[in-house]
Each structure stands twice: as C-alpha cells, then as structure tokens.
Design a protein around this ligand. Structure first.
Ligand code: NAP
Ligand code: MG
Length: 500
C-alpha cells in the first residue's frame, strides 16, 4: 500500500523544526506548569511531539476564579464593544499571520494534512474571530411598546464565565466557534482543548495575549476530559458551558449541570449524516460529493455523510463512481503538500473504528473497499476510505457514529422509504438530498429532521448562517448572530414614570 506514501514537503519539515509554542496552562495571563503532564503523540508516526501541562480540579478552580475576577471587574465586559472588536480583529490578523504554524500544529497533533489545515481550518478560524469582532458593536437592545406610564428595557448582558470544551477533529475551528462569540459578548472563558490536540489551542491563546486580551479573559487548561472537563462542567461558578463532542459526553454535561448550579449547557454532538440520492439527480456530482462528505478529514466529522441512501435503480452506477473517487483519496503523510487524506487522530481511535467496522460487517453488508489500516510501516495511524454495501438500516453501521472514513450504502425504493431511512437514527445534525425535482427538494428537505439540510450540495456553510443539530445531535447554534444568544442573559428593567 506504500504507493500512497507521499514524501513530506521540505518547507513543512523545516517549519516543524523551528516551531515554538507554549506548553503550559494559561491562567490569569500567566503560563503555568503542573500539576500533571500529558504527552502529545503524533498520529503521523506514533512518536511523541511534546509534553504539556495537564490540569486537575484545583487547576480548573483557579482558572475559573481568574475568569470570574476578570469578568466582575469589567476589564473586558466593561470595555466599549468597539474596543473589544479591535482586540478581536487584531487577534484574527495575528492568527492569519501565523496560519502556517497553527496549521502545522493541527497536522502534528491530530494528523490532518497541513495544507488543508492552512487552507480550510485556519481560514475558518480567522474569519470566525474577525466576524464576531466585527458584529459586536452592531448589536442593539430593545425598547418595547408598553403602556405609556411605564418604560421597559430589554437588554442583553454578558452571561459571565464560560467553560468551553472542544474536540480534536477541527481543534481550532471548534474553539473559535465557541470562544469568539463568548468573548465578543463580553464573557470570560476557560477553554479545555481535547487531550489529543492542545498545541494549536495554546498557540492560539498566546496570540490572543499578544492581541491585547486582558489577563484572565481567556484561560486555557489542558487535561483529561473526565478530570479537567468534568471539573469545569461541575464547577459552581461557571455560568455557561459550550461543548462540542460526542453525545455520550454531552449527556454527562447535562448531569454535571443538574448536579451543580444549573448552568446553561449548549451541546453540539454527534451525527449520522445521509446523502439521499434520487434517480433524477446529477449523479456525477452526487457521487463525488458523497465520497468527499465521508472521506474528508478521514471521516472525523460530526456532519460526515456516513450513510449513502440511494434509489435502487441507480445503486450500481453510484457505487461504482464513489469507489473510483475513494481510490484516489488514499491517506498519506500529512506534511506532504499533496496528501489527499491524512492520518486518523490516534492509534486508539483507529482501533475503535476498525473494531466497529468488523462488528458492523458481521451484522450486515459487504465490505467492497478498504477495511484495513494502511502505511503501518510508518508507525502512524492511517485508514483508507472504506465502503460497505447493502447495510441494513437497523444495524450498527447505519445507526452508530464510527467517526472514521467508513461509508454505509443502503437502497430505497420510494420517497417515503428514503425519508424513513434518513430520519431513522437518534441523530439530527445534517443530511443532503440530491434531486432535480424542485417540488421533491422542498418536500423532502422540509420533512428531514435535521438542523442543517443541503440540497444538491454538502458542507455548504457561512459565518452568517447558523450551524447545529436537533434530536441527540444537541441544541444551540454555533456561527451567525444566533451564536451570541448563548452568551447573553436577557434582562428586563421596568421604570414607572409617575404622575406629571
Ligand atoms: P469527546 O470524547 O466527547 O470529547 C470532547 C471533549 O470532551 C474533549 O475535550 C474531551 O476531553 C472532553 N471530555 C471527554 N470526557 C469527558 C467527561 N467525562 N467530562 C467532561 N469532558 C469530557 O469527543 P471527541 O472524541 O473529542 O470528538 C468526537 C465527537 O465530537 C464525535 O461524536 C463528533 O460527532 C463530535 N463533534 C460534533 C460536532 C458538532 O458540531 N456537532 C463537531 C465536531 C465533533 P478528552 O479529549 O481529554 O477526552
Ligand atoms: Mg476524547
């Protein structure tokens, strides 16, 4: 399989060799070591990259205290929104200047091609921080029409201290989707990156300091989910938790909230996206997009199109086209500028994906592409595009999120059956319908129980448009002005005008 082993590009290697970044926890503007350490292992070759400080409950306690002081004394929430805007825009500019370093850290810690991290992730990160910075001095409060002897004010106030807990699959995009609107709203933040991907988050935070974020406004505590993440979820002085990750851990955050201070919890969770392809669709475009939607980022996407629901009359032609595209999307060294796919985040995660695939195929379906780790001689974690045909809708491969490059193909015979299949999982994040029949496009997209529906496209998105799920894919929206709602409290103030 080593025909897929592209050589690393010398520029990326040279940049790696001179790259410097913080490795501590950032609390109240100071970088601290201890109390524990976390080894960051690269899925490129299975070798350690570095060690970072890892926090425990006491570290989280100090980070929350720093965020509380910074919130209450108004050093950030008390600034005019236009001043917060300037700092956020400066931060976005610094991220743009350092995009290649930040992209490289993505590649080293979670195995995404560095080129892709630079051109896709870093563009999204810069735009997100800049967009929320630019938005914040355009938000107006409200004065409703109430009887003339009183005045009522409806005002948005920053909600307070925000705990942000994020995954490793788009480490900085997810962090920016949380941190940028929270800071724009005037909140202070404690960020807990995923244990696999703290490095890019730490450099991001250092750039925030350089941009002028006051001490204690953005704190970062690395560490294990069930230690540092849990301590943040249970903390009595955190006002809001914003989380992206698995449905299982999202459920825990609801428990943490219920068992502590009833903090607000916003959840962006897993998905089991479908591409639903009708015979009247543009079959070439449907097939190539369906392949990209599951194999991009090695399938490690909440929105991954992990199910291909195809009308029985076009099954063979679609599957053949998807297989041809998959053949050209083989994993390679993430430091190769032309790597079509990178590594899977860790050996452990790849093992989970592989075990689930094997259990799934035993239950139903036929493995027609991939299905075994590749490039094993590198010591890294590489898994090829994998396709299972004839998957039963109630079986593991059709129901569970593998979070790897594994596509489950199922046929349908009519529109009602297609809809039942598409909606037939506990998730409701995103799906696409492929048809050139305008009525069907409207009818079908209306009946899809998803937070995001695409018609004749996949992964379309923009900062102006909200993103998030329904059902067990969570609630609350990232991106767009709606994202700010999560970090504001609505306060109403009544004033009686009295007699003249
Ligand atoms: P995960 O295991 O749920 O972890 C997410 C975050 O939660 C990490 O920072 C993790 O820390 C922390 N965590 C783990 N266990 C915890 C606990 N008991 N208490 C508190 N925090 C805990 O998810 P992941 O494996 O990193 O990412 C994959 C999942 O994210 C998939 O299910 C995917 O669908 C979902 N996702 C959703 C979206 C969306 O927008 N809907 C976007 C991207 C990903 P550690 O790293 O230390 O475990
Ligand atoms: Mg995890």
């Amino acid at each position: 399989m080593s025909n897929t082993s592209y050589a690393p590009t010398p520029e990326w290697v040279a940049r790696r060799d001179r790259l410097a970044y913080p490795t501590g926890n950032l609390i109240a503007g100071r970088w601290e070591n201890g109390p524990d350490t976390l080894v960051v292992t690269s899925p490129i070759d299975g070798q350690p990259v570095t060690e970072v400080a890892a926090g425990d409950a006491a570290t989280i306690d100090r980070a929350v205290a720093a965020a509380r002081i910074a919130f209450e004394d108004g050093r950030w929430s008390g600034l005019p929104p236009s001043s917060r805007k300037e700092i956020l825009i400066r931060w976005a500019d610094l991220c743009h200047e350092r995009r290649e370093d930040l992209a490289l850290l993505h590649a080293l810690e979670m195995g995404k091609p560095a080129r892709e991290a630079r051109d896709v992730d870093m563009r999204a990160v810069v735009r997100t921080i800049r967009w929320f910075g630019e938005a914040i001095d355009k938000i107006l409060d409200e004065i409703p029409n109430v009887p003339s002897d009183v005045v009522a004010l409806i005002q948005r106030e920053p909600a307070g201290v925000v705990g942000a807990v994020v995954p490793w699959n788009f480490p900085l995009t997810m962090a920016a989707w949380k941190v940028a609107p929270a800071l724009a709203a005037g909140c202070t933040v404690v960020l807990k990156p995923a244990e696999q991907s703290p490095l890019s988050a730490l450099l991001l935070a250092e750039l925030g300091q350089q941009a002028g974020l006051p001490d204690g406004v953005l704190n970062v505590v690395n560490g294990l989910g069930h230690v540092a993440g849990r301590a943040l979820g249970e903390h009595p002085d955190v006002d809001v938790v914003t989380f992206t990750g698995s449905t299982a851990v999202g459920r825990k955050f609801l428990e943490y909230s219920a068992n502590s201070n009833i903090k607000r919890v916003w959840l962006e969770l897993g998905g089991k996206g479908a591409n639903v392809v009708f015979p009247d669709a543009d079959l070439d475009k449907a097939a190539s997009t369906a392949a990209w939607s599951i194999f991009y980022n090695a399938g490690q996407m909440c929105t991954a199109g992990s199910r291909l629901l195809v009308h029985e009359s076009i099954h063979d032609v679609i599957v053949e086209k998807v297989m041809a595209i998959a053949a050209g999307m083989q994993p390679a060294n993430p430091l190769a500028e032309d790597a079509p796919l990178g590594a899977v985040v860790s050996a452990q995660h790849m093992g989970n994906v592989h075990r689930m695939l094997e259990a799934g195929v035993k239950e139903s379906g036929e493995l027609i592409s991939g299905g075994e780790p590749v490039l094993t001689e590198t010591g890294g974690s590489y898994y090829p595009p994998t396709i299972v045909d004839g998957v039963r809708p109630d079986s593991l491969l059709a129901q569970e999120e593998l979070f790897g490059p594994v596509l489950a193909v199922t046929t349908f015979s009519d529109e009602d059956e297609a809809l039942t299949l598409a909606n037939g999982t506990p998730y409701g994040l995103a799906s696409a319908v492929w048809t050139n029949d305008l009525s069907r496009a409207h009818r079908f997209s209306r009946r899809l129980k998803m937070g995001v529906v695409w018609v004749n496209c996949y992964e379309e998105g923009d900062l102006t448009v909200p993103f998030g799920g329904v059902k067990q894919s969570g609630f609350g929206r990232d991106k767009s002005l709606h994202a700010l709602d999560k970090f504001f409290d609505i306060k109403t103030t009544w004033m009686e005008l009295g007699d003249k």
